[in-house]
Design a protein around this ligand. Structure first.
Ligand code: GLN
Length: 303
């Protein structure tokens, strides 16, 4: 497959894409990002790279980090599924409304409440959670040049009212063990990770390669765990737009309010796209469109 030719077509087709959405500004630091950035990077199972636009520029990965923390928790064989469910929420990523009925057990690990429980689990099992998460992401990407963006983490902390509410609410319902401030500090840092499309596509190859690092073939997780994480990406990776993403793109994936989306085609490739303007569901508008075009042009999706 000549992926470079396809990416070039996508770049040209979307040159004058008519955005309706806006760059996220509820995390003040994110509002400074230039709205017209666009990059895409596809890393193939055979190790080849294909890219367009701002694919080497780092941006805030935000909720994409929830896939890394779930993977790290699984790697440490943490017990997860009695504390977080695996059902789509059909609600916005920062919603509180289902928690009361469900006794503080979040619907899935990719909404904020679920990711905060995963953060709690990691804090309980790791000695230096922030350092170990960073090392893990660098290992997955096989790239040391990945850091937390302290400015973004501090910016979210200054306005993170809903996440503060979520942690405290779940603590009152008995599903949080550690100190709320420690969990929030870890969570705001994981969301502040700055990575490029190039780095993200490489880091996500583990999900396209049955749980092994591409190149070295070192095993990170069992094939069965990878199958499950991919299933949760498919059903829950885009919150109340997960159905739409499946319908239009047809690949497991995860988005973040920094405007990034990563998707994988098992045994074929991982692809990351970045365009900061978000639709009403908090997902990158142009990013979704670019991925839709990719699977339409190749004629291949997991369906
Ligand atoms: N840090 C963001 C938040 O908690 C992540 C949300 C997202 O990327 N969807 O609101």
């Amino acid at each position: 497959m000549d992926y470079q030719a396809l990416l070039n077509i996508i770049e040209k087709d979307l040159e004058s894409f008519d955005h309706q959405g806006k760059v996220a500004s509820y995390i003040p630091e994110l509002a400074f990002v230039s709205p017209n950035k666009f990059g895409m990077h596809l890393h193939c199972i055979n190790g080849k790279d294909y890219f367009i636009g701002d694919s080497e520029e780092k941006f805030s990965i935000q909720s994409i980090s929830k896939v890394f923390t779930l993977t790290l928790a699984k790697k440490h064989k943490s017990k997860i599924w009695d504390r977080v469910d695996v059902e789509p929420s059909g609600n916005p990523f920062n919603s509180l409304i289902q928690l009361e009925k469900e006794k503080g057990v979040p619907r899935n690990p990719f909404i904020n409440s679920g990711a905060l429980v995963i953060a709690d689990i990691l804090i309980s099992c790791l000695e230096n959670p922030k350092e170990e998460l960073l090392a893990f992401v660098r290992y997955l990407a096989q790239d040391h040049d990945i850091y937390y963006d302290e400015k973004v983490a501090a910016s979210e902390k200054s306005k993170g009212y809903r996440n503060i509410a979520l942690v405290n609410y779940m603590k009152s319902l008995g599903n949080i063990n550690n100190d709320a401030d420690d969990i929030l500090d870890f969570y705001f840092h994981q969301c502040s990770l700055a990575m490029s499309c190039s780095q993200l596509s490489k880091a996500f190859m583990v999900f396209a390669n049955e749980g092994k690092i591409i190149g070295t073939q070192e095993r990170v997780l069992k094939t069965k765990s990878i199958k499950r994480i991919n299933a949760i990406m498919q059903t829950c990776g885009f919150y109340d737009e997960a159905g739409e993403f499946s319908f239009r793109v047809g690949l497991p994936g995860k988005s973040g309010v920094g405007g990034g989306i990563v998707a994988i085609h098992p045994h074929q490739y991982a692809v990351a796209v970045w365009s900061p303007k978000l639709n009403a569901h908090g997902n990158s508008e142009k990013g979704m469109r670019a991925l839709e075009e990719l699977t339409s042009l190749t004629g291949l999706s997991i369906f």
